[in-house]
Design a binder for this molecule. Structure first.
Ligand code: DAK
Length: 268
């Protein structure tokens, strides 16, 4: 369904808005305001599709995902979930969409204002860097529905904020503020709400100027720390470090430093 000009990003979506590539960055805006950006299957599938396109397109170096000023995303679509029995849950296509989102290999920066709850908070945890407006609220209120987080919330949350806060959020369903989320490492910076998107874009644009192979290796190796021993993580780091010695961008970066000029990275 690409348009004739061959720009795969230009496509009509129902539940998200997708910007053109600007300075190497694509912005994806979750756009179901009437349902507090609830992550129905359609939305997740569109998000996973766009990320796949961004992954395939060399001109895209980083992606920003955001919501609106009141809500990032209020979680899975409860009305859609209500229709699923156990077999429906077992065969739920959302599992695959979440996996595709998790496998996005380029930097994903989230700009979060308002509610980021349930699957919305889990989407935040799929981002590599999170900037929150000071009106943001984070929570895993699934317990109130008789369920538990289903998109990695239990595993990623405990690795991100530690045991006590992860238990508090998942067992009580209470929300935390942007400042608390920053204290616990769920977000890296808090801004006024009007600035969160601009700050996320600023970071994404900066990352977009960096050597893309090194950026990609850095993301992969950093994420490995979630799921491996120190020893095998260090071994992966060493292999990635060695591999980068074979890139033109590494030679260019070092030469530019020596010659006191700006590097010109080509992605090779
Ligand atoms: N789903 C569907 N609609 C939602 C929604 C949601 N999660 N959240 C809000 N809405 C809708 C409301 O129904 C309402 O629509 P109308 O009734 O007006 O048509 C509209 O958005 C505004 O909501 P409120 O009237 O409730 O607004 P308030 O400002 O009073 O409250 C709120 C805002 C965000 C605190 C409240 O709406 C709320 O508590 N929402 C539900 C939050 C929640 O429980 N989220 C967790 C959902 S469970 C899985 C992967 C992931 C998951 C499951 C499986 N697999 C891969 C298998 C994740 C599960 C979840 O996220």
């Amino acid at each position: 369904q690409n348009t004739d000009d061959g720009n795969s990003m230009q496509h009509e979506y129902q539940d998200i808005l997708v910007s053109e590539v600007a300075d190497g960055v694509v912005t994806i805006t979750l756009n179901r305001p009437e349902a507090y950006n609830a992550l129905r299957t359609q939305l997740l599938s569109e998000l996973a599709d766009v990320l796949q396109q961004c992954s395939d397109d060399d001109s895209v170096r980083a992606v920003v995902v955001t919501g609106n000023e009141k809500v990032f995303a209020a979680g899975a679509d409860i009305k859609e979930m209500a229709a699923l029995d156990a077999v429906g849950v077992l065969n739920d296509p959302r599992v695959m969409h979440w996996r595709r989102i998790a496998q996005f290999p380029k930097p994903l920066v989230a700009a979060v204002n308002g509610f980021a709850l349930g699957g919305g908070c889990e989407l935040v945890m799929h981002a590599d860097i999170v900037i929150a407006g000071d009106n943001a609220q984070f929570g895993q209120p699934e317990i109130n529905l008789g369920i538990i987080p289903g998109a990695g919330g239990t595993q990623r949350l405990i690795r991100t904020v530690g045991k006590s806060m992860a238990m508090q959020l998942v067992l009580s369903g209470e929300f935390i503020s942007a400042a608390q989320a920053r204290d616990f490492g769920l977000v890296s910076e808090v801004t006024i709400p009007e600035r969160s998107l601009e700050r996320a874009l600023e970071l994404a644009r900066k990352i977009a100027t960096k050597p893309p192979i090194a950026v990609r290796q850095a993301k992969e190796v950093l994420l490995k720390a979630y799921e491996t021993t120190l020893d095998s993580g260090l071994s992966l780091e060493r292999k990635a470090f060695t591999l980068l010695a074979a890139t033109e961008d590494r030679n260019e970066g070092i030469a530019a430093f020596m010659e006191k000029r700006k590097p010109n990275f080509t992605g090779k």
